[in-house]
Design a protein around this ligand. Sequence first.
Ligand SMILES: Nc1ncnc2c1ncn2[C@@H]1O[C@H](COP(=O)(O)OP(=O)(O)OP(=O)(O)O)[C@@H](O)[C@H]1O
Length: 572
Amino acid sequence: MESVVLGTGALALLVYALAFASPYGLRVLTVAGVYALATFGFQIVFGLGGALSLAQGAFFGVGAYVTGILGSRYGLGFEATFPLSMLVPLLLALPVGLAVLRLESHYFALATLGIAQVLHLLAVNLPDLTGGSNGLAGVPPAVLFGWTVPRGLPMAGLVWGLVALGGLIGWRLARGRLGRSLTMLRDDALAAATLGLDVGRLRLAAFGISALFAGAAGALAVHTQRVVSPEVLEFPVMVSILTIAIVGGRGRMAGAVLGAVLLLHLPEWFRFLERGYLVVYGVALLATVVLAPDGLTGLLDRIAAHRIAVRLFGRKPRPLAAAKEPPLPPAHPSGLSVEGLRKSFGGVRAVDGVSLDLRPGIITGLIGPNGSGKSTVINLLSGLERPEAGRVLLGGQEVTGARADRLARAGLARSFQAAALPDEAGVLEAVAAARLAVDPDAATAEAHARWALDRLGVGGLAGRSCDGLPAALRRRVELARALVRRPAVLLLDEPAAGLTDGEKAELAAVLRDLAGEGMAVLLVEHDMGFLLPLAGRVLCLDRGRVIYDGPADGVRRNSAVAEAYLGPAGSA
Ligand SMILES: Nc1ncnc2c1ncn2[C@@H]1O[C@H](COP(=O)(O)OP(=O)(O)OP(=O)(O)O)[C@@H](O)[C@H]1O
């Protein structure tokens, strides 16, 4: 269905351009192509990565100025100006990205908006270079291999040829390791880091790629207009790109094309309404956003999934990769030891001098009353919090204070109290995400993910969405996500919460199995009936301190544990 719509759309555009479009119509179509190209990059940084970069318009403007200045002042040809128009925004994006990408979302949006403001000021105030407020006229046409590309059909052909190429590259990036990793960190950056994904590097890559696309689009805009002025750095360019992405469908390259064609043509279609056209245009946009919150491509997807459409066009489920056992990492560490770990939040000592050893093949239980510091210990061990004091050794290597993604790549996996699965993703995709940092491509990651799902007895879920999975299955899938990386150390935060007795028994069997293979497991749990038969050793925390560290069968007899946690009869 999707390919039918795409094919029909492309054919309709071609027929329109060749047979019906006036010179003005061709110009609008060319500008639509330019905006589609700029939006491809925005789909990667914003649509997939979730970073609301308001610098896309600025990068577009920089690309435009590079072509304008080099073409009109220095007489350089398309072969030199086009790549340079992509390179300069990239060179600007990398240092700026390093500085602003770690900001929280709205501060990041504001900071990126500031880039456009600064560049606009520069463009107006450096008249010798940029032509000041009037800009530069007389930008030469694009010359390709000695052929001067005239306006009209040839220029539209050049732009749309590059749109096809850019769309293909963007589509491949979106479906490959980068796109999938970006979607994971958009949904939950902390969980993504614990899967070994380097959030900072991924965001920087997305920001850089967005600048490349914007620069290319800016260069083509100048060849279409033959002038460049500070207008290219003004906010309306950015608003158009944002609107195209949202109306077309976030993160989708086809959405960028559909959105750009519509957004550029709507004012033309409603022009006969004269002054009233802006109102109708606004209402049409509003209606699209309200009626199709996932954008027009999302709406097409929903229509395609409808029973009647499935009957008419058929819908083949995507063939799943065959399961393949992931290899053990080459340098597989053994065990984790911690000495004197300390962490405070404001005046609260959440963890106060905790030492523990997680040995291969042993399940260690961590218990204690609510607020005693158990989750904080897991957060410290997995790199989501930094300890104020203490030492952490993973397989004998000092890893104190290391970031979550580095620890994950070094052999540590964890689960969260509320299973952290991205609701919009499929189960297979969510589990495969945990291999993206190590496997060569997305298909291999999926094959390994199938192995992990099979191993946990939930292979049948591979084709399902994470959204709406019952709690017990969510926990299984999250465990598969941890297991698929073949970790040396597994940290589980209340994995049995909300499970029935039967499900708990199944989970216990799986955990015994994993420990039997040599994994070191830390199990935070309130359910003593589940934990004590499993654990070889148990630690009890109270107000951040270890009050018991010994064999599981001694827990119920210990008076300090009874007083702080279990109660006199060991009733928890
Ligand atoms: N990010 C934070 N900011 C401020 N205080 C925090 C933070 N995280 C934990 N705390 C505090 O640290 C203490 C330990 O909390 P923690 O969540 O580690 O306990 P817990 O034993 O896991 O509790 P529960 O069994 O309820 O999950 C609590 O007093 C908690 O309020």
